[in-house]
Write a protein that binds this ligand. Structure first.
Ligand code: NAP
Ligand code: ZN
Length: 349
C-alpha cells in the first residue's frame, strides 16, 4: 500500500480539499496509472453532497480518467508502462454472472464502482480520479485512441458511454428523429454522437444562450423548453428522446413528444422521484426506460468510434483548486460543456 495525493470531501456540506489516500500495490492483473486528466460529472456532485443517499466519507470522486501507465502486474497482457490508458465508472464485477458474460458489467449485482464502493483490497471505500494515481484490474482499463486530445477524451469515459450505449441500444441510425434534453456534459455528448450516427437531432434546453452552441455541436434544431408553443410544434414526432437532466422536471411534456412506439430513456438521475402520467404513455404505446453507463467492451467500441470520427468533449480545463467553484457553476447549468481537471495542478499541493 502506498499513499497518494487526492481531493476529498469529509462530509455532505464540506468542500473538496487536499488529502492523501492509500492505493494497493499492483497485483498480477493490475495496472497502475498516473492520472493526467479527470472530468467532472454531475454524479460526482450528487455523491459528494449525498443527494442519492449512501455516500461514505471521506469521498474522492472522479470517474472520467485518462492517464499514463506507470506499472503493470506480471500477468497483464493489454498494457505496458508508458501506454495511454483510461478508467471510467467501474473497477470491478464478478465476471461470471449472466450480465458480465454478456459484456454488461454495469448491471452485475456485484459491480464495484470507481468511487464510494466497498474496496476488498483496502477495507475502506474505493477512491476515484481526483487523485494522482489509481490501481485497477486490466479488465476495467480502456485503450485511448492516440489521435484524441487527452483532456477532451477523459469525459468520454462517462458522459460519452452513458449517451452512446442507449443510442445504440435503441437503434439510432440515419433517418431517426432524436431529442436530447439538457445541454450539459452528457447532453452535449449525446448531440455529437446522435449526429455522428446520422440522426436528425433536436436539443431541448432551458438556457437560451446555448442555442448557437447546440447547432455547432451537431443539433439540427433547438427548442427552448419553457416555451410551450415551441414544444407543441414537436408533439408526436420523436422516435427517441434521451433525457440527461440532473434535476426534477416535467417528464410528461417529453413523453408527449414521442411518436407511436417511441421511447424516452432517462440517464439523468435527479435526487427526487419524477411523476409520470399514465396517458402520455398509453396513447401511442410509448415507453419510458433508463440506462446506466455501458459495459467494458462497449466502452472500448465507443472510444474507438470517437477516435475514428475525432469526437471529444468540449472541455473547460481547470486546476483542481477550482473544483468547488466548478461544482457551483455546474449547478447553475454554467458549464461548456464539461469541466476537466488538469491533474498536474495536484503536484503543487
Ligand atoms: P450537467 O453537465 O450539470 O448537465 C445537466 C443539464 O441539465 C444542465 O446543463 C441543464 O441543461 C439541464 N438542467 C439542469 N437543471 C435543470 C432543471 N431544473 N430543469 C431542466 N433542465 C435542467 O450534468 P451531467 O454531468 O451531464 O449529468 C446529468 C445527469 O446524468 C446527472 O443527474 C448525473 O448524475 C446523471 N448521470 C447518469 C449516468 C447514468 O449512467 N445513467 C451517468 C452519468 C451521469 P440546459 O441548460 O440545456 O437546460
Ligand atoms: Zn459520470
Amino acid at each position: 500500500m502506498n499513499n497518494y495525493k487526492a481531493y476529498a470531501a469529509a462530509s455532505a456540506t464540506s468542500p473538496l480539499t487536499h488529502t492523501k489516500i492509500p492505493r494497493r500495490n499492483p497485483t498480477e492483473h493490475d495496472v497502475q496509472i498516473e492520472i493526467l486528466y479527470c472530468g467532472i460529472c454531475h454524479s460526482d456532485l450528487h455523491s459528494v453532497r449525498n443527494e442519492w443517499g449512501g455516500t461514505k466519507y471521506p469521498i474522492v470522486p472522479g470517474h472520467e480518467m485518462v492517464g499514463r501507465v506507470t506499472k503493470v502486474g506480471s500477468a497483464v497482457k493489454k498494457f505496458a508502462p508508458g501506454d495511454l490508458a483510461a478508467v471510467g465508472c467501474l473497477v470491478g464485477s464478478d465476471r461470471t454472472c449472466p450480465a458480465c458474460r454478456e459484456g454488461l458489467e454495469q448491471y452485475c449485482a456485484k459491480m464495484v464502482m470507481t468511487y464510494n464502493s466497498p474496496d476488498e483490497f483496502t477495507g475502506a471505500m474505493t477512491y476515484g480520479g481526483y487523485s494522482e494515481s489509481i490501481v485497477v484490474d486490466e479488465h476495467f482499463v480502456l485503450r485511448v485512441p492516440t489521435n484524441l486530445e487527452l483532456a477532451g477524451a477523459a469525459p468520454l469515459l462517462c458522459a460519452g458511454i452513458t449517451t452512446y450505449s442507449p443510442l445504440r441500444h435503441w437503434g439510432i441510425t440515419k433517418g431517426k428523429i432524436v431529442g436530447v434534453v439538457g445541454l450539459g456534459g452528457l447532453g452535449h455528448m449525446g448531440v455529437k454522437l446522435a449526429h455522428a450516427f446520422g440522426a436528425h437531432v433536436v436539443v431541448f434546453t432551458t438556457s437560451h444562450n446555448k442555442t448557437e452552441d447546440a447547432l455547432r455541436l451537431g443539433a439540427d434544431e433547438v427548442v427552448v423548453s419553457n416555451d410551450s408553443n415551441q414544444m407543441q410544434k414537436h408533439a408526436g414526432s420523436f422516435n427517441f428522446i434521451l433525457d440527461t437532466v440532473s434535476a426534477v422536471h416535467d417528464i410528461n411534456a417529453y413523453i408527449n413528444l414521442l411518436s407511436r412506439d417511441g421511447n424516452l430513456t432517462l440517464v439523468g438521475a435527479p435526487e427526487k422521484p419524477l411523476e409520470v402520467s399514465a396517458f402520455p404513455l398509453i396513447m401511442g404505446r410509448r415507453s419510458f426506460s433508463g440506462s446506466l453507463i455501458g459495459g467494458l467492451a462497449e466502452t472500448q467500441e465507443m472510444l474507438d468510434f470517437c477516435g475514428k470520427h475525432n469526437i471529444t468533449a468540449d472541455v473547460e480545463v481547470i486546476p483542481i483548486q477550482k473544483v468547488n467553484e466548478a461544482y457551483e457553476r455546474m449547478l447553475k447549468s454554467d458549464v461548456k460543456y464539461r469541466f476537466c481537471i488538469d491533474m498536474a495542478s495536484l503536484k503543487s499541493e
